[in-house]
Design a protein around this ligand. Structure first.
Ligand SMILES: Nc1ncnc2c1ncn2[C@@H]1O[C@H](COP(=O)(O)OP(=O)(O)OP(=O)(O)O)[C@@H](O)[C@H]1O
Ligand SMILES: [Mg+2]
Length: 262
């Protein structure tokens, strides 16, 4: 079970110009906890991820409130101070791999640069090969010398996951990390998240539309609707007896594998 000590505690509001998208949203993620964030398209999930990373202004938004990571307040920190946190204490898998990777850079360069950004030491032998293997990517010369622009969406997504977990962050924020992947790779990425959580103690904010995957890996689910968290709880309880009308609709829309007699 996850510890109750929070890795992250926040209470934030976020807006784009006059339009408020998150309204006093409160939350906490415990050490070793996997929290899933669910909501309709456009409900503000990516806005919440970018707000917690202090990156929302690059998308034209503004955040107010408090964000405490491992006890330290992030609001008010400079870009330089945030660079010491992002990629090291918080890993981030953005929603669109295509725009997140520099198309012209080779896989080996992306790996080396991400390593160097946060560590002056030379990576121990085999570090990158093990990392690529953990996300089911090949570690041979052919793949290492490919440019990011030549990767498939799914390969790009897995490379982003590898880069995000390279420095074993205390918290991983993953914005729809499996939506571009085939079923087998999805299952392996979910397993990887569970391993990271159980073996390395990484807490995870897992943003997804896939309720079955959420039920499989998360300790707690938060339902975001119209700018507020309307319901929260362990996935089994929440999906079995949803209290809020919106959660009920979500659960009813959940796909079921048809049985023979149906
Ligand atoms: N740069 C922006 N300027 C103005 N409005 C924006 C901007 N970015 C997002 N929005 C609006 O904010 C709302 C929340 O967007 P957000 O991307 O956070 O949704 P989401 O829950 O991640 O959706 P999805 O499931 O489709 O990824 C949407 O209504 C969107 O149109
Ligand atoms: Mg989004």
């Amino acid at each position: 079970m996850p510890d109750t000590n929070p890795v992250l505690e926040f209470r934030i509001s976020a807006r784009y110009g006059a339009r408020e998208v998150l309204c006093n949203v409160e939350g906490r993620i415990g050490t070793r906890e996997i929290v899933a964030l669910v909501g309709l398209s456009g409900s503000g999930k990516s806005t919440m991820a970018l707000s917690l990373l202090r990156l929302l202004r690059y998308r034209g938004g503004d955040v107010n409130g408090s964000i405490r990571l491992e006890g330290g307040e992030l609001m008010g920190r400079s870009d330089r101070e945030m660079r010491a946190v992002l990629g090291r204490r918080i890993g981030y898998v953005p929603q669109s791999p295509a725009s997140a990777l520099n198309d012209r850079l080779r896989v080996e360069t992306l790996l080396a640069e991400t390593w160097r950004a946060h560590s002056p030491a030379i990576p121990p032998a085999g570090t990158f090969a093990r990392l690529l293997e953990s996300v089911h990517l090949p570690a041979g010369r052919d793949f290492l010398s490919q440019r990011a622009g030549q990767l498939s969406t799914g390969q790009g997504q897995r490379l982003l996951i590898a880069l995000a977990i390279m420095h074993k962050p205390a918290l991983l924020i993953a914005d729809e990390p499996i939506s571009a992947l085939d079923a087998i790779t999805q299952a392996s990425v979910l397993k990887l998240f569970q391993q990271l959580n159980q073996r390395d103690g990484t807490a995870i904010l897992f943003i997804s539309h896939d309720l079955l995957s959420i039920a499989q890996i998360s300790h707690r689910v938060e339902i975001l609707h119209e700018g507020r968290i309307v319901e929260s709880g362990p996935p089994r309880e929440l999906f079995r007896s949803p209290k809020h009308e919106f959660t009920r609709r979500l659960v009813e829309a959940m796909p079921r594998v048809p049985r023979d007699e149906e």
